[in-house]
Design a protein around this ligand. Structure first.
Ligand code: B12
Length: 292
């Protein structure tokens, strides 16, 4: 079973002597990105197997979300794939160059039309779940009040929700994602000095644990490279029994790192400090715990 099936509806015309074949590069990127985040994905290419056989294969995978690529030459094919799989999945998503410039017509058949690059958007859609709050996802268009059922007339523009452009909300943030089995860890932070961020652990795409942090240097004209360089060394010594930030104490030449925490992984708060030649030069506060 796949959580997500991605379909490329290009077909090779019979007896075509054209040398052109179009590997589904965009869907490949999306599939890799989702897989790295622990999502089960299958990428189905209609080029040589044709649309009917590919649709049958997709049905056999029983995906909850189906994403279909579309561009100018594949408008009809992508709609056909969408209609054929409308009742075989819980959420139908259109994306690619054509939904990017003209998303609304796809909502005759699809639940969500994605504008622009789809990697992060698809992951957010998967994380939101099939009945999720799509209004919080940037770069998409969907119908107010629910999913499409493939039989609707072209939607009235007033009934559509266009979310803001991709990246506007999270501009200036950086993030790291690591997946191991059913768990996925994401650290997203904003700023450099001061900086603020959130670590979050998902199990099977549900958030189960989180930590927030806020840190900054405390001296005039700080040597940020030195301070943050030392911080990285201290953080790499994180102990298994208290995996919050660094160890309780870490010393290197004139530098001292101290971390104190109250509570346990279920619920905790703490701080870390860096001293250079006895002077306090940096502090970070953190807190967090389990999420039900
Ligand atoms: C390289 C290229 C070609 C190559 C084909 C290479 C190939 N393997 O497909 C050649 C030269 C052969 C070609 C031919 C044509 N092309 Co061309 N091509 C491009 C070009 C320059 C890059 C495409 C690409 O690989 N992008 C990189 C990949 C990674 O991005 P992507 O596919 O867009 O996917 C991302 C997003 O779109 C999105 N996404 C994609 N699919 C999905 C699906 C879901 C569910 C989601 C959520 C998101 C999503 O996420 C992906 C990852 O970020 C684009 C212009 C551009 N800068 O994008 C034009 C472009 C795609 N081509 C275009 C056109 C019109 C054509 C032709 C019709 C030209 C002609 N008159 O013959 C033909 C048709 C070919 C066909 N497939 O039928 C138009 C499409 C217009 C449109 N809005 O539909 C574009 C946008 C150029 C333009 N600005 O007009 N093309």
């Amino acid at each position: 079973m796949a959580e997500v099936a991605l379909i490329y509806p290009f077909t090779n015309p019979p007896r075509s002597r054209s040398i052109f074949r179009y590997p589904p590069l965009g869907l490949g990127y999306i599939a890799s990105y989702l897989r790295e985040s622990g999502v089960k994905v299958e990428l189905l290419d209609c080029t040589f197997s044709g649309i009917e056989a590919t649709v049958e294969r997709a049905r056999g995978l029983n995906p909850s979300i189906v994403g279909v690529y579309s561009m100018f030459t594949m408008r009809e094919a992508s709609m056909r794939v969408g209609r054929s799989l409308r009742d075989d999945c819980e959420l139908l998503v259109a994306g690619g160059p054509l939904p990017t410039i003209d998303p609304a017509p796809f909502l005759d058949v699809f639940d969500v039309s994605v504008k622009g690059e789809g990697e992060e958007t698809m992951l957010e859609i998967v994380n939101a779940g099939v009945d999720g709050d799509f209004g919080s996802i940037d770069g998409i268009v969907f119908k107010k009040g629910g999913r499409s059922h493939g039989r609707a007339k072209s939607p009235n523009p007033d009934d559509l929700v266009y979310t803001g452009p991709r990246g506007a909300r999270a501009r200036g943030s950086r993030q790291y994602v690591i997946s191991i089995g059913e768990h996925r860890y994401r650290d997203r932070y904003f700023g450099a000095d001061p900086f603020v961020g959130e670590e979050i652990v998902f199990r099977n795409n549900s958030a189960v644990w989180s930590m927030n942090y806020y840190g900054k240097t405390l001296v005039e004209d700080p040597d940020s490279d030195m301070i943050y360089g030392f911080l990285v060394k201290a953080l790499s010594e994180v102990p298994m029994e208290k995996p919050f930030r660094g160890p309780a104490k870490f010393v290197l030449d004139d530098w001292v790192y101290l971390m104190t925490v109250k509570g346990v992984l279920d619920e905790f708060s703490g701080k870390e400090e860096i001293y250079f030649q006895g002077e306090l030069v940096y502090r970070l506060l953190f807190h967090g715990g389990l999420i039900s």
